[in-house]
Design a protein around this ligand. Structure first.
Ligand code: B12
Length: 328
């Protein structure tokens, strides 16, 4: 990884950053692609992508007044994801699967953990900054793309040549230019491969446009819908109960990292919180999980999963995801 200003290299590594980029471009390169995606109704139930906030994504000026530059970071969860894959192969696994990010970041919702890290970096850089992390009206993959951090894969993920796609994107936005040299835009390295498209059980990938049809995506159904809703056709073929990594698991750019020993896999869970999540959802008979969720109040669920990714979807959301395992 290149040196960033006068920051200690070890600090970046300790924060789980595997690459970073810099851009002075406020305007995304793919706003038109986003707009036509919305026009086709591909955002499905995700109203925040089609309402008045859509046009705010035209420029970073809407999030940071007088925007002049951004430093964009990739926060990796590849090592924890690899540990999760090992777990799936062990005798303790109940066969159910969750998104790798949900048990990473020490078992906490990544929004909280990465926000803390970005704040620390912002204070070290010591210039007025604003954070962009998922919830702001920013096309973050485009921001990472124009910072030279990767290309848009056919699964629509931002793929980094060295670090694959098991990375979250977070950025600091500044109102002055910084003395940082820019990296060239990454070219496409998907080639003829269509593995992500072929594996998606719900046909959620619009291959020619490299986009996701949100209401067909297992991630939307299992994370974003909080109560009884109709599952996308094909969901019955999947083991996923919270998020979905299928189109990333199969990606050669993620497999390559593991093969080439990009990181070492620690078989123990980094924190008690991650371990608790794995034990609750992935290590006991699904019927036991269903019974426990049914006997718990919504409030008790929130108390139990406070600060984790599972808090968002709620008790009824999780029961909805589990339902197919008990249908007659
Ligand atoms: C809405 C959303 C979702 C929705 C919709 C998914 C989607 N693809 O849009 C749902 C709930 C399905 C979802 C799922 C997931 N998400 Co999400 N999600 C978002 C969010 C909030 C907005 C994304 C958005 O704007 N979509 C609009 C559509 C139009 O964008 P798009 O599909 O990427 O389309 C672009 C490409 O087609 C591109 N394009 C295609 N070809 C070309 C060619 C060129 C030359 C160019 C320039 C562009 C280009 O142009 C389009 C517009 O940018 C972002 C955070 C953010 N603020 O950006 C996180 C984000 C995209 N999600 C993220 C993650 C981790 C996930 C999951 C892996 C979670 C999981 N395991 O379940 C899955 C992955 C599913 C997938 N394959 O995309 C990460 C992705 C990190 C990365 N390395 O790419 C983000 C960036 C959050 C973050 N801060 O890290 N997500």
């Amino acid at each position: 990884m290149r040196k960033l200003l006068d920051l200690d290299q070890k600090l970046l590594e300790d924060l789980g950053i595997v690459d970073w980029g810099y851009t002075e471009e406020a305007v995304p390169k793919s706003f038109d692609r986003y707009e036509s995606w919305v026009e086709k109704g591909n955002h499905g139930p995700l109203g925040y992508l089609s309402d008045h906030r859509k046009d705010l994504r035209k420029s970073l000026e809407a999030v940071k007044e007088n925007f002049e530059s951004a430093i964009v970071f990739l926060f990796s969860y590849a090592p924890e994801k690899a540990a999760l894959e090992k777990f799936y192969k062990s005798k303790d696994s109940n066969g159910l699967k969750v998104a790798g990010y949900s048990v990473s970041f020490e078992g906490h919702d990544y929004h909280y953990k990465i926000k803390e890290k970005l704040e620390l970096l912002g204070h070290k850089i010591d210039k007025p900054f604003k954070i962009s992390l998922d919830i702001q009206p920013v096309l973050e993959r485009d921001l990472a793309y124009r910072s030279g951090l990767g290309w848009f894969g056919k699964n629509s993920m931002l793929i980094n040549r060295k670090k694959g796609s098991f990375n979250m994107i977070g950025a600091l936005l500044f109102e002055e230019k910084l003395p940082i040299s820019k990296q060239p835009i990454e070219t496409d390295h998907c080639g003829q491969c269509t593995a992500c498209f072929d594996i998606c059980p719900t046909d959620a990938i619009d291959l020619p446009n490299r986009q996701i049809i949100a209401n067909k995506c297992i991630s939307t159904f299992t994370i974003e819908l909080f109560k009884e809703s109709e599952a996308p056709v094909g969901y019955d073929k999947a083991d996923e109960i919270f998020g979905c990594d299928l189109c990333q698991d199969i990606c050669p750019w993620n497999k390559r990292m593991e093969r080439e020993g990009e990181f070492s896999i620690d078989h123990s869970w980094p924190t008690q919180r991650s371990k608790e999540l794995v034990e609750f959802f992935l290590a006991r008979p699904p019927l036991e999980i269903k019974n426990e969720l049914e006997s718990m109040s919504n409030k008790a669920y929130i108390r139990k999963f406070k600060g984790t990714s599972f808090e968002r979807t709620g008790r009824l959301g999780l029961l909805k995801n589990l339902k197919k395992f008990f249908a007659l």
